[in-house]
Design a protein. Structure first.
Length: 227
């Protein structure tokens, strides 16, 4: 497929590895990058630039894409070659913010449904139209709790001011999870986490791979908007 420039909107946990996804500046569509070392994802090393640091949210980087490798649950997947990624710039100008907000979904549903998961049989029978989505959350809260002795983070939010559905999704953004480490267990408003600065933000939502008969919806990226 050749070289493309990707606006990074997720570099999230996927098992012990990473899932990197974003918007192609060539096609203006979502892509999820898949490496050659581990099936379905990227090693941490594969997400790093030649000088060491990993790709961050809102980085624009150049990458060489190989063949498409989409599936019923992940139609956006595409292989990347072994060529190093090259950082181009940060996607943080006023026009960039307007572009990202224009991509945010205006639907009351997320990832083709109201629930927090989809049955694997449903995805096998009807392939996903898309497995990545931007939303602008309203009344956002963070739920920090213990599950099987491990600290877990979840996002609680509405997708519009007049929505009657509050979504409750696990967080897989490592940088934002690290930010929440200083907060005690419990439910915290986003204003408390951000010290009442009220940054506008977007959430990158992703559909996970099949797990015990379901595909779970995840918050794969938390994107504070410049300005």
């Amino acid at each position: 497929m050749g070289f493309d420039r990707i606006v990074c909107l997720a570099n999230s946990y996927k098992h012990k590895h990473r899932c990197v996804a974003g918007i192609s500046q060539r096609s203006k569509k979502w892509v999820r990058l898949v490496g050659t070392k581990v099936p379905g994802c990227l090693t941490i090393k594969e997400t790093c630039y030649p000088d060491g640091p990993p790709a961050e949210l809102l980085d624009v980087f150049e990458v060489e894409l190989g063949e498409a490798c989409g599936s019923n649950c992940h139609p956006e997947d595409v292989f990347v070659t072994d060529r190093p990624w090259r950082l181009i710039r940060r996607f943080d100008q006023p026009g960039d913010t307007a572009f990202l907000k224009s991509l945010a979904s205006q639907r009351p549903t997320i990832l083709q449904g109201y629930g927090s998961r989809l049955k694997a049989r449903r995805v096998e029978e009807r392939p996903m139209e898309h497995s990545l989505e931007l939303v602008e959350p309203f009344d956002l809260w963070w739920w920090l709790r213990l599950e099987d002795g491990k600290r877990k983070c979840r996002a609680l939010f509405l997708v519009s001011p007049d929505s009657h559905i509050r979504y409750d999704l696990p967080l897989t953004d490592p940088d934002w999870e690290m930010k929440l480490q200083r907060m005690p267990l419990g439910i915290h408003s986003h204003a408390d986490v951000e010290f009442k600065r009220f940054h506008k933000l977007l959430l990158t939502l992703s559909l996970g791979e099949e797990f015990k008969g379901f595909h779970y919806k995840l918050v794969a990226g938390v994107i504070p908007l410049p300005g």
